[in-house]
Ligand binder design. Structure first.
Ligand code: PMP
Length: 423
């Protein structure tokens, strides 16, 4: 078990051997050993809705019933009566299926209304939907950028953004997390020799593994100074943060000014799917036609669309503002509670994501097994999602968590992390 605890998952990323049906056997043996040691936190499924108290069942049949800090329903909208009603109506009005990709009949009146609503909320003119949040980042970057262009990504950018950059054929460079001075140096260097090609700077509104945010206004000004464009992924902050729900772009006073905004409905918007919002009508039309995952994949269904649309209407209402206040208060209580017990809470932004740093991956795995048995639903994040010495629990608060839920989570985390460190 000790070996299982310590082995690095990354070594399995480059398997060798000529037979594709057997060369991953060592990986499977390692996973099975982790399962047997009760240290396999992945592929859990929920047996209930994503309410503040929920039941999750692990791949190996371990049931955890209790406070749920592992969902992304930040404003607690998945059980909202108006949203469920909208889903029901859409199902019976348009049926469960779309005709195919948006290019070939995949749209319906709800998708048009959702695009218009997002355009208004983000103060931008041109919005298009994608089948997932992942597809929106990937598809936008892959479609817009070409060989000879330059992409500068924050080093901790989400997989969808990195993959889109890699697939585009453009020259890709990474800059130090949140470091605008590093961006300036990169931009100056590129523009010293190349003024002919496009440069896209890529970052996120809130980094959901770290709970931190770039100085977005300064970054946008830098892009303007060097004739570069900015893309921000607002998957975690749009709807959940900002006075009117405009996320970090609103908080930084640049709503409607960023060139490309991509996001997801899979957090605050209680659905699945994603979007691109842009100032440029030609970029939007080009991505609509050449944006891979949206051109060649079926559109989100009427139910998903109706849920996102109804959620957007809550997000932009007074009720949405009240829910954001609640989620903020819960995030503060959780942060303070954990820090009060001597645990290290990462990041400096009060947002629904509260990461608790463990460090050593093996300790994180042990703690994760103990926490699941103690009745708290909380996800361990380890490599390759984060560095091997930076394992953490990513807790996600919801508007409808009570003070009691939060205090219970703090107590369980404190006890289980302490126990894991002693072992
Ligand atoms: N971008 C970011 C920053 C994310 O965190 C995620 C989801 N984890 C995505 C994109 C992908 O969104 P989805 O799960 O809706 O595909």
């Amino acid at each position: 078990a000790d070996d299982t605890l310590r082995k690095d998952i990354m070594r399995f990323r480059t398997p060798s051997g000529a037979d594709l049906t057997t060369r991953n056997d060592p990986y499977l043996a390692w996973q099975r050993a982790r399962e047997q040691a009760g240290l396999w936190p992945y592929f859990r499924s929920y047996a209930t809705p994503l309410t503040p108290h929920a039941t999750a069942v692990s791949d190996t049949g371990v049931t955890t019933a209790g406070p749920n800090f592992g969902g992304q329903d930040y404003l607690s909208l998945t059980g909202h009566p108006e949203i469920l009603e909208a889903a029901h109506k859409a199902l019976y009005t348009y049926g469960p299926l779309t005709a195919g990709s948006p290019a070939l009949g995949g749209g319906n009146p709800l998708s048009k209304a959702l695009e218009a609503g997002l355009a208004e909320a983000l103060r931008t003119d041109h919005v298009m939907l994608f089948p997932t949040g992942w597809a929106s980042g990937f598809g936008t970057i892959r479609a817009l950028m070409h060989k000879g262009d330059h992409i500068l990504l924050d080093k901790l950018s989400h997989d969808s953004l990195r993959q889109g950059a890699a697939a585009s054929g453009a020259t890709v460079e990474f800059f130090r997390h949140l470091d605008n001075e590093a961006v300036r140096r990169h931009l100056a260097k590129i523009r010293a020799t190349d003024t002919a090609r496009a440069v896209l700077v890529v970052t996120e509104g809130v980094f959901s593994m770290d709970s931190d945010t770039p100085d977005l206004a300064e970054l946008l000004a830098l892009c303007r100074e060097f004739g570069a464009q900015l893309l921000v992924d607002v998957a975690h902050d749009f709807g959940a943060m900002g006075e009117r729900g405009g996320g970090q772009l609103e908080a930084h006073g640049i709503l409607g000014e960023v060139d490309f905004v991509v996001g997801a409905f899979s957090k605050t918007f209680a659905s699945t799917g994603g979007f691109l919002a842009t100032r440029s009508s030609s970029a939007r039309e080009y991505v609509r036609m050449f944006g891979g995952p949206q051109t060649f994949s079926s559109a989100i269904t009427p139910v998903q669309t109706a849920v996102a649309l109804a959620a957007l209407s809550v997000v932009t209402s007074e009720e949405g503002a009240r829910r954001r206040t609640a989620v903020r208060a819960n995030a503060v209580r959780l942060r303070d509670g954990l820090t009060g017990r001597g645990l290290e809470v990462m990041g400096d932004v009060v947002c629904p994501v509260v990461p608790v740093l463990i460090g050593d991956t093996a300790t994180g795995r042990t703690a994760s097994g103990l926490i699941a048995r103690a009745g708290l639903i909380a996800h361990l994040v380890e490599q390759p999602a984060v560095a091997s010495d930076a394992a953490r629990f990513r807790l996600q608060v919801m508007a409808e968590h009570t003070a009691g839920d939060i205090d219970a989570a703090v107590g369980i985390l404190d006890a289980c992390i302490g126990e894991a460190r002693r072992r």
